[in-house]
Design a protein around this ligand. Structure first.
Ligand code: PMP
Ligand code: GLN
Length: 385
């Protein structure tokens, strides 16, 4: 007898449990130090926590406006203008979202129709592809260079077809920790000139850039900005990934379309947190200090691994460090990541999960957004492997 209930025909049959959930659960089960999913194991600034409590006490507990509270949009507009020299109008060009994920899903839903192609560079963060597919779009993958994760712009140009509707870029890049440099942005701008291609620029790690490099926001390139959505995450910037707060910015004509979908997706997002973020963002040191804060953690992590058999691949931004383990074993990255968690007590993310056809280069991703004590314990274990 068949099971009761409707017969189902999944819209995303190929989607399985995410690698973050898989490795996170394994870490909990085996009481491993969890350097897999990207989140800090320390609290947000108490000043920010107080601001949130105060906003709730002050009665900001009902719906916010659809686009986000105006004062926060003004503050975001100021921030982008002071950092990247482009002013997005707070009335018509900024929307506060439930994290970058909701912004990305909403952009794709607002613009992608059946058969539209979206170019995605791999390895890629995992939320892009299902959002494209559930909207009937076709992801067109371009694998980044294995050694330094640079984009092959010739190949990118070749990948553009009359069906290309969108391209997704991500700098600083998760999982590799590489950056798009000014020459990359200029090249992209040039290639897209005279096309109708829309860009999603995933800039959630904009404030985590190391070694004196600068973050190349699309906002700095006027022609590129005219076709782009910038997606940002307060979760990443303020050590509060569980709040799921972010925003996106784009020229008014694009933002109108975005809001047509956003309005019936969430309508609006967490009101008291918006009040708090608006106050907190008024002190730029709250985000400008992040580069140094995380660079110290990266350097501590790398120094502690100096005598290990893992080979680091330079991380220029994000709070992730890739380690090549090919000196240690020939196991697949998934098998090795699981063994490292179960037998040795350190959880990481196997990079094949983000590559075209699960390409396995024997590289694991470790999140170093952790206290010194946690990083000390984890690196002591990794040095013994
Ligand atoms: N893009 C990238 C590259 C990410 O690493 C993440 C994970 N935080 C997101 C988007 C999603 O951000 P949020 O948690 O704000 O939805
Ligand atoms: N952005 C986080 C990471 O890359 C994961 C968030 C999630 O689990 N979807 O680790």
């Amino acid at each position: 007898m068949s099971a009761p209930g409707p017969k189902l025909h999944s819209k995303l049959p190929q989607v399985e449990t995410s690698i973050f959930t898989t490795m996170g659960k394994l870490a909990v089960k085996h009481k491993a130090i969890n350097l897999s999913q990207g989140f800090p194991n320390f609290k947000p600034d108490p000043v920010l926590l107080d601001l949130v409590s105060r906003a709730m006490d002050d009665g900001y507990n009902q719906y916010a406006p659809m686009q986000g509270i105006f004062s926060l949009r003004e503050t975001i507009s100021e921030k982008i203008a002071s950092l990247y020299g482009k002013r997005y109008h707070p009335e018509s060009e900024i929307t506060v979202t439930a994290g970058a994920t909701q912004a990305i899903f909403t952009i794709i839903t607002a613009f992608i129709r059946s058969g539209d192609e979206v170019i995605v560079f791999k390895p890629a963060y995992d939320c892009y592809e299902p959002a494209i597919q559930i909207n009937g779009g076709v992801p067109v993958f371009q694998q980044l260079n294995d050694s330094d994760f640079r984009v092959d712009w010739e190949a990118f140009q070749q990948a553009i077809s009359p069906k290309t509707k969108m391209v997704i870029i991500n700098t600083p890049h998760n999982p590799s920790g590489t950056l798009l440099m000014a020459e990359d942005m200029l090249r992209l701008q040039e290639i897209l000139k005279n096309t109708d291609i829309i860009v999603i620029s995933d800039e959630v790690y904009e404030h985590i850039v190391f070694d004196g490099n600068t973050h190349e926001s699309v906002a700095k390139y006027s022609d590129l900005a005219s076709r782009s959505f910038i997606c940002a995450s307060f979760g990443k910037t303020f050590h509060a990934t569980g709040w799921k707060m972010g925003y996106c910015a784009a020229p008014a004509a694009l933002m109108v379309e975005f809001q047509r979908t956003h309005e019936f997706n969430v309508f609006c997002v967490n009101h008291p947190v918006q009040r708090a973020l608006n106050q907190y963002l008024k002190t730029p040191e709250h985000y400008l200090g992040l580069n140094r804060f995380y660079q110290e953690k990266r350097d501590f992590f790398l120094e502690a691994l100096r005598d290990s058999r893992f080979e680091p691949i330079p991380s220029k931004g994000t709070y992730f460090q890739l380690l090549d383990y090919s000196n240690i074993t020939e196991e697949s990255d998934i098998a090795f990541a699981k063994r490292l968690t179960i037998d040795h007590g350190v959880a990481s993310i196997p990079i094949s999960a983000f590559n075209v056809d699960g390409k396995d280069n024997k590289v694991l991703r470790f999140c170093f957004a952790k206290t010194k004590d946690t990083l000390e314990r984890a690196t002591a274990i990794l040095c013994g492997i």
